[in-house]
Design a protein around this ligand. Structure first.
Ligand code: PGA
Length: 248
């Protein structure tokens, strides 16, 4: 079953989310696993509304790297779990760039998430300059190895790697199918080298960056790709339901 992740980013109040989810659920045909990464303020409500739908999960978009205590304004792993999240996005390029999250912080966030029973969606991806200078494999190797440093192989079953080329996010541009497949293969090779052939084969890899109703089904069927991470196109319930129902 494909895994289709929605990243709502800083969009929708809890009131708006309620209407959205009721509509989305009424159209969802249960053909994929839907993971809804909503704002913190919508977590409990989203969990309550999707209750009973086994193929819909609720996730967060960020997590504190600290367990608890003197971190004003931060949200801990335990708080996320208790609010209904079963997973969390870590390492999104917006957090790397705007909030200065580096490989060390990302590694800490992943460890604290896993320790508290949350699955992790790890975002990685190259800039346009890195693509143009043929540095995609090097960039991904560094990002993945740093993020997963110190993790045991059996913990990888709770990690999904989201390949999100930075130049594709919100730009309306996507790589060619063949390029997504090449990168899917590269990511599996990196995991194989750091762990084992079995780990490289079994790690879940999804694609994100300008996925929409027109390209979702095609990208989802790419070799080496287990699903999608959808930003802007998840915000309309009708459109996102269409993506969910055709991404098989
Ligand atoms: P986009 O965003 O689908 O709007 O390009 C994807 C993301 O940032 O995760």
């Amino acid at each position: 079953m494909k895994k289709i992740i929605a990243n709502f980013k800083m969009n929708k109040t809890a009131t708006e989310m309620k209407q959205y989810l009721i509509k989305l659920i009424s159209k969802f045909e249960d053909k994929c696993e839907a993971v809804l990464c909503v704002p913190y303020t919508c977590l409990s409500l989203a969990k309550f509304i999707v209750d009973g739908h086994d193929n819909i999960k609720v996730g967060a978009q960020n997590i504190s790297e600290e367990e608890e205590g003197k971190c004003t304004g931060e949200i801990s792993a335990r708080m996320l779990k208790d609010s209904g999240a079963s997973c969390v996005i870590v390492g999104h390029s917006e957090r790397r760039a705007k909030f200065k999250e580096n490989g060390k912080i990302i590694n800490k966030k992943i460890k604290v998430a896993l320790k508290n029973g949350l699955e992790v969606i790890l975002c990685v991806g190259e800039t346009l300059a890195e693509r143009n200078t043929l540095k995609v494999a090097d960039t991904l190797r560094e990002q993945i190895s740093e993020a997963l440093k110190g993790l045991y192989e059996n913990e990888l079953e709770n990690i999904t790697i989201a390949y999100e080329p930075i130049w594709a996010i919100g730009s309306g541009k996507t790589p060619l199918v063949k390029d997504i497949e090449i990168v899917g293969k590269i990511i599996r090779k990196i995991v194989t080298e750091d762990y084992s052939a079995k780990a490289g084969e079994e790690i879940k890899v999804v694609y994100g960056g300008s996925v929409n109703t027109k390209n979702a089904a095609t990208i989802c069927r790419c070799k080496y790709i287990d699903g999608l991470l959808v930003g802007g196109a998840c915000l309309d319930a009708d459109g996102f339901a269409q993506i969910l129902n055709t991404s098989i």
